[in-house]
Design a protein around this ligand. Structure first.
Ligand code: FVH
Length: 239
């Protein structure tokens, strides 16, 4: 069976990897980038965004931000095209942008992970577009449709990123506290510790007699005091 044709708009670090992955999976792939000169071997390079859009049944957009996506797509006739916008944006951006056969998405991965089973790509908007193109989109990683509100994928994407940045801020502060005494702290303690604490996430916000709030408040006060003693100031993530 012949593979669905795909257009990729935007050949930054992520867009280029998406295009290469579609080519590797046997999809006739057309690409366009604002600044010429970015090459994806095996893809057709269209001279204009309009020509790139007209070349394929599904158009995957992956540019810097919502403003860039609008600048590219607003002047283009999208009639009869399925648009899958994988540009990071807010739920409001996605709802404003949604038109016709539209799926908004959030890629929960960095480019070097694309095409592996560790990748989750969130989608929301048109169930029909998701059903029609799921097999094609599965080349990028695991596809998860989260609902027909086009803003939902962006909401979940940003919520997951918020959790990640919070965890990174805590880890960075931990490394600053340990400083030169690090040894194998990261591999043998920090990563196993963070992994073992994940079980608590579903009950966050509920009081737990095994870990009472008063006891936790003392530990947090001690972290703040120890950080100040080390000259690190108050840890931002505990404010
Ligand atoms: N790279 C990553 O780790 C993350 C992982 C999760 C998802 N993101 C999101 O993917 C979008 C694209 O990110 P990217 O990594 O490809 O970003 P850059 O390498 O900086 O490339 C940006 C592309 O956007 C084009 N562009 C920028 N402004 C405009 C515009 N006004 N009109 C048309 N295209 C525009 C830019 O083109 P050029 O500068 O080469 O001409 C690049 O193709 C992003 O939403 C991430 O949050 C990636």
């Amino acid at each position: 069976m012949s593979k669905q044709s795909v257009t990729v708009i935007g050949l930054g670090a992520m867009g280029k990897t998406l295009a290469k992955t579609f080519v590797r999976n046997g999809h006739p792939t057309t690409v366009w980038n604002r600044t010429p000169g970015k090459v994806v071997e095996g893809a057709t390079h269209a001279p204009t965004a309009a020509e790139a859009v007209s070349a394929s049944e599904v158009v995957v957009v992956c540019v810097l931000d919502d403003k860039a996506a609008r600048e590219v797509l607003d002047p283009v006739d999208l009639t009869g095209k399925a648009v899958v916008n994988l540009t990071n944006g807010t739920p409001a951006h996605a709802r404003e942008f949604a038109r016709g056969d539209y799926l908004d998405g959030g890629i929960m991965a960095v480019p070097q992970m694309i095409g592996t089973p560790e990748v989750i790509v969130l989608y929301s908007g048109s169930q029909k577009v998701f059903d029609n193109y799921q097999d094609t989109l599965n080349a990028l990683g695991r596809s998860k449709f989260v609902g027909d509100d086009p803003g939902l994928a962006a909401l979940y994407d940003l919520a997951l990123l918020s959790a990640m940045y919070g965890q990174f801020a805590g880890a960075q502060h931990a490394l600053a506290m340990v400083g030169a005494n690090k040894g194998d702290f990261v591999e043998s303690l920090l990563i196993p510790w963070l992994t073992s604490t994940m079980f608590a996430i579903p009950t966050l916000g509920q009081s737990d007699p095994q870990s009472p709030d008063d006891m936790q408040a003392v530990a947090i006060a001690n972290i703040i005091q120890a950080s100040e003693d080390l000259g690190l100031g108050q840890p931002g993530h505990l404010r």
